[in-house]
Each structure stands twice: as C-alpha cells, then as structure tokens.
Design a protein around this ligand. Structure first.
Ligand code: 5GP
Length: 206
C-alpha cells in the first residue's frame, strides 16, 4: 500500500522509554501524528477512552478482526491491541506522517502491508537499567515486572528485523536520534516522490 506520507513504527520492550520518546517527538514535530490503537486491556490511571486508546471488550475487538478493520493486531502481555484502518488511512492519504507505537509483531505485519514503512527499535542500555526503569515506573507488581523482563529477552531478538536501532541511554540523545531518522526518511528519493509529487511534476521529472 502506498500513501503520500511516511509511516514510522516504533517498537520496544516495555521500560525502554519508547512512549516518552514518541511523545517528545510529537511535541517537536507537528508534521507527525500518533495513531490511536484499540485494546482489550483496562484503562490505567488517567487514561481516557479515545485519547491513549480506544478501550473495547474482547467481543468488540474480535468483531473488528472479523470485519477486517485492522491493518495489524497482536496479543501482547495477555491483551489484544490493534491499529485500525480508520486510525491512519485518512491521515496518510491527506499527506500527514504517522507514527505507530506498537509491539514487534504488529511492526512486522505493517512492514508486509507498507513496504515503505520505517521500522525503529528502541533498546535500553542494559538489563539493570531496564529493571530499574520498570521498578521506578511503579505501575506493575514484582511478578509482572519479572514477566516483562522475561518477555524482553525474546523481544530483543526481533531487533534484527528493524531498519534502525536507538539505544535509549540518555533521553536527549535518543530523541535526537529519532528526529534524525524521521528527517532522513523524509528526504529519501522515494519519500520525496510520494510526498512531493506535485513538485516533481512541475519540474517535469517523470
Ligand atoms: P501498554 O499496555 O503498556 O499500553 O502496551 C503494551 C504493548 O502493546 C506496548 O508494547 C505497545 O506498544 C503495544 N501496542 C500498543 N498499541 C498497539 C497496537 O495497536 N498494535 C500492536 N501490535 N501493539 C500495540
């Protein structure tokens, strides 16, 4: 599938800091918008339906799968998450870049649908730091933290399928890296052709 916009996919094991990175990117760059996923997990803390996620029950989620409403979906830590067509197609058709913050399974499904998608994997600098971040977050029980760490071990193996790797040791540095990837992607020949087709046409470049 081809749209006159760029699609960035950021994946990482939980605790790698990808949400903060993506949030900071969005604050700095009005040209890139997030996608709001559907999930079967319950809202946490201050989360609001339609802002962080669309919170739906399993029956509604599965009906959407049946109806072919998702570009991708996956089961992550026991809940289902998916990117609906509605969440991104119109936005990209209108020429706006989109960033998906999803797990690696979803990222690989997106790559099959959108050959031009840019896949970015965020790694923590060490196991100790990953554990410390999960503990500091204070969102999960010790049991859940151990599960997330165990999952991270197999998730790390997926990094080889991604285009770019950001090691999130110092936040500002990692944000700089993310901005650099976004900027470089926008300047690629293929991306310029898709997003600036009118300019190419006006210059009689075919
Ligand atoms: P959380 O429950 O902590 O918000 O998210 C858990 C994991 O699900 C994270 O890795 C997050 O990136 C991933 N996730 C969120 N939305 C989607 C989605 O639409 N599709 C897929 N495949 N993963 C998602």
């Amino acid at each position: 599938m081809d749209y006159p916009a760029n699609l960035f996919v950021v994946a990482a094991p939980s605790g790698s800091g990808k949400s903060s990175l993506v949030k900071a990117l969005m604050e700095l760059d009005a040209g890139v918008a997030p996608s709001i996923s559907h999930t079967t997990r319950a809202p946490r803390g201050q989360e609001m339906d339609g802002r962080e996620y669309f919170f739906v029950d399993r029956t509604a989620f599965d009906a959407m799968i049946e109806a072919g409403d998702f570009f991708e979906w996956a089961e992550v830590h026991g809940n289902r998450y998916g990117t609906s067509r509605q969440a991104i197609a119109a936005r990209m058709q209108a020429g706006h870049d989109v960033v998906l913050e999803i797990d690696w399974q979803g990222a690989l499904q997106i790559r099959r649908l959108f050959a031009n998608a840019v896949l970015i994997f965020v790694l923590p600098p060490s196991w100790d730091e990953l554990r410390a971040r999960l503990q500091r977050r204070g969102e999960d029980s010790a049991e859940v933290i151990e599960l997330r760490l165990a999952n991270a071990r197999s998730e790390f193996g997926q990094v080889r399928n991604f285009d770019y790797v950001i090691i999130n040791e110092i936040f500002e540095r990692a944000l700089f890296d993310l901005k650099a990837i976004v900027h470089a992607q926008r300047l690629k020949y293929g991306a310029q052709r898709r997003t600036r087709a009118a300019t190419f046409k006006a210059l009689d470049i075919d």
